[in-house]
Design a protein around this ligand. Structure first.
Ligand code: 5GP
Length: 220
């Protein structure tokens, strides 16, 4: 990737047509792309909030989801809350970089979010569950993937404390969290959320290092 203007970068982000039987070719993002992933309950959201308070050169992409809005969540800030039909229409129209069915609900990253953030000249941050993060890792060359984890007892405690879901859903989330823990080795960095300040420091250091490596935040 070179110093492409955003317009070119936007085109570069569109998935190239696939030929039958061939793997999807890598896309190039018009800006530096960071992906924070990890099991539910690892504290990704808290660490990202801390990171964004420190870095004005980074912006979080807002995902689209079919899951119901939780109390306090704001449309367009926390998620774009869509019906199944709206979500499917965007899938059909090729508007998603990636999407996943997670515990019966679908969530995905819209290309339009990456474009919105690139236009501001900022680096883009995605918060994804691990299968979506693996997909972005494989699709977008130069993306930086960071796996946030915590001891399993801590994950369980946080998931139970959160308790916005029913008991059955919490058990499902716990099972998935244990499975996701096994994927840590697939990502560029692993950050253990043992202490929030320390972990945010580590994330901040990773972003600084990666930005210095490529020398710029946008149009890598
Ligand atoms: P929650 O329902 O708690 O907001 O999110 C559940 C999980 O879905 C979290 O691990 C979150 O990172 C992940 N997630 C949120 N948006 C997306 C998305 O657009 N794509 C993927 N693959 N995962 C997402």
């Amino acid at each position: 990737m070179s110093d492409q203007p955003v317009e070119d970068g936007r085109r570069a982000l569109r998935p190239p047509a696939r030929r039958a039987g061939r793997p999807a070719p890598a896309l190039s993002a018009p800006q530096k792309l960071f992906v924070v992933t990890g099991p539910s309950g690892a504290g990704k959201g808290t660490l990202i909030k801390g990171l964004l308070e420190r870095r004005s050169d980074l912006e979080l992409a807002v995902s689209a989801t079919t899951r119901p809005r939780r109390p306090g969540e704001v449309e367009g800030t926390d998620y774009y809350f869509l019906s199944e039909e709206e979500f499917n229409r965007l899938v059909e129209a090729g508007q998603f970089l990636e999407y996943v069915t997670f515990l019966h609900q679908r969530s995905g990253t819209l290309f339009s979010e990456l474009e919105r953030i690139a236009k501001k000249g900022k680096a883009c941050l995605l918060e994804l569950e691990p299968t979506g993060a693996l997909r972005v890792r494989d699709l977008v060359s130069g993306s930086v993937t960071i796996f946030v984890t915590a001891p399993i007892e801590e994950l369980e405690r946080r998931l139970r404390e959160r308790a916005t879901e029913s008991a059955g859903e919490i058990e499902e989330r716990l099972k998935l969290a244990r499975e996701h823990q096994q994927l840590a080795g697939e990502f560029d960095y692993v950050v253990v959320n043992d202490d929030v300040e320390r972990a945010v420091d580590e994330l901040d250091g990773i972003v600084t290092k990666e930005v210095q490596t490529t020398g710029r935040l946008s149009a890598t």
